[in-house]
Ligand binder design. Structure first.
Ligand SMILES: [Zn+2]
Ligand SMILES: [Zn+2]
Length: 397
């Protein structure tokens, strides 16, 4: 019987000092050289086999269990944000304009603590643990893809082939003690779109000689709103927002083109598929009816994060056993925020769970990405204990 909660409590000084060190020296996406270096050094010191440079600055450690079994990937993101810290903490950022304002410093420290605990249990493990320290979760940072996709491109899911994934986020919108292990969709998928309508420009007083792309654009915008209101079932969710419209230069000229951009957010893959189909039908149909040519680009930013029922059920049982006093929440924690773990969970069954980290009494309750963001470090114990226990329990199922 492993007592990972007790071990995580004993290891807390280690976890906390790592977290504070990462916090003082934050690095933006794909620049986690120092952070990744410390991760690799710590893993190697334990005797864990390490692969560097997976997805540029990503680091992968492999713990091979003594007994055969599946391979479980645990994902921890390492990147910081371009924000100037305003917490006044003693461990405040020493890098001007860069800050760990999402808690990924905590995730990296949790990952190394979990590595320590699971490595000490390797003789008992039936299967492998792949520790995946991911760069650039927050964005592309000038690359053509983010950290999750880039690690996949570099083969993180192979050799040995990954069977299941676990990942977590410290969550400052909820207090310390709150835990969420949901089945199904937990974070929205996001698309961006660009619609370019080309008509025929001309004199504003002679519309009959033109094909007006502004009138067509107006119809497109209005008709797109019927997808959420008339096509998506009322109890399902979707968002279509046209967030920019550019056309024309002056009052008496009908322009040649109109360009619209915006975003589409959905949770449910079948809703997403239908929304994208209707989107294209409406845009192309109206353009054609109005006599305009259309160029349509829909680009996937991130897929939704969708938890596998069986993996989540296993994590839920672990959480309930580990924290019997806690009422573990199981409703999907719906947020329209995006998370690139959705890419991995598209390929491999996984569970993404959340660990409450706010503490009103200590004023540690600012939202993620706020210059005053900081969390209660006790949440590191919760996160590490739950991740290690969930991993071991999942290998048994
Ligand atoms: Zn973030
Ligand atoms: Zn984050």
């Amino acid at each position: 019987m492993n007592d990972f909660l007790k071990q995580a409590e004993e290891l807390f000084p280690y976890t906390q000092s790592l977290r504070r060190d990462f916090h003082m020296y934050p690095e933006l996406g794909f620049r986690e050289v120092r952070t990744g270096g410390i991760v690799a050094k710590e893993l190697e010191a334990l005797g864990i086999e390490v692969t560097k440079g997976v997805g540029k600055t990503g680091v992968v450690g492999l713990i091979e269990g003594a007994k055969p079994g599946p391979t479980l990937l645990l994902r921890f993101d390492m990147d910081a944000l371009p924000i100037t810290e305003d917490t006044g903490a003693e461990y405040t950022s020493q890098s001007a304009g860069v800050m760990h304002a999402c808690g990924h410093d905590g995730h990296t420290a949790i990952g190394l603590t979990v590595a320590r605990m699971l490595h000490s249990q390797r003789d008992e493990l039936a299967g492998n643990i792949k520790l995946c320290f991911q760069p650039s979760e927050e964005g592309l940072n000038g690359e053509e893809m983010g950290g999750n996709l880039m690690m996949m491109r570099d083969g993180v899911l192979d050799g040995p082939k990954v069977d299941k994934t676990l990942s977590l986020h410290l969550w400052n919108d909820k207090p310390l003690g709150w835990i969420n292990v949901a089945k199904g969709p937990v974070m929205a998928g996001a698309e961006l779109f660009i619609i370019k309508l080309t008509g025929k420009g001309g004199h504003g007083a002679a519309p009959e000689t033109t094909i007006d792309p502004i009138v067509a654009a107006a119809q497109v915008i209005t008709a797109l709103q019927t997808i959420a209101s008339r096509n998506v079932a009322p109890l399902k969710s979707s968002v279509i927002s046209v967030t920019s419209i550019h056309a024309g230069t002056t009052f008496n000229v009908i322009p040649q083109t109109a360009e619209l951009t915006g975003t589409i957010r959905t949770f449910d893959p079948t809703v997403r598929k239908m929304v994208l189909e209707r989107f294209e039908q409406i845009v192309r149909g109206i353009a054609e009816t109005m006599g305009c040519k259309v160029e349509l680009e829909i680009k996937r930013v991130t897929p939704p994060v969708i938890n596998n029922d069986e993996v989540s059920e296993s994590v839920l049982r672990t959480a309930q056993t580990l924290f019997p006093q806690t009422d573990v929440e199981t409703e999907p924690y719906i947020t329209m925020g995006a998370e690139d773990m959705g890419f991995m969970q598209e390929k491999v069954d996984g569970c993404y769970f959340m660990v409450g980290s706010a503490n009103d009494e200590k004023n540690l309750n600012y939202n993620h990405h706020h210059p005053k963001f900081d969390f209660d470090e006790q949440a590191l114990i919760t996160g590490a204990a739950l991740m290690a226990s969930a991993a071991v329990d999942l290998l048994k199922t």
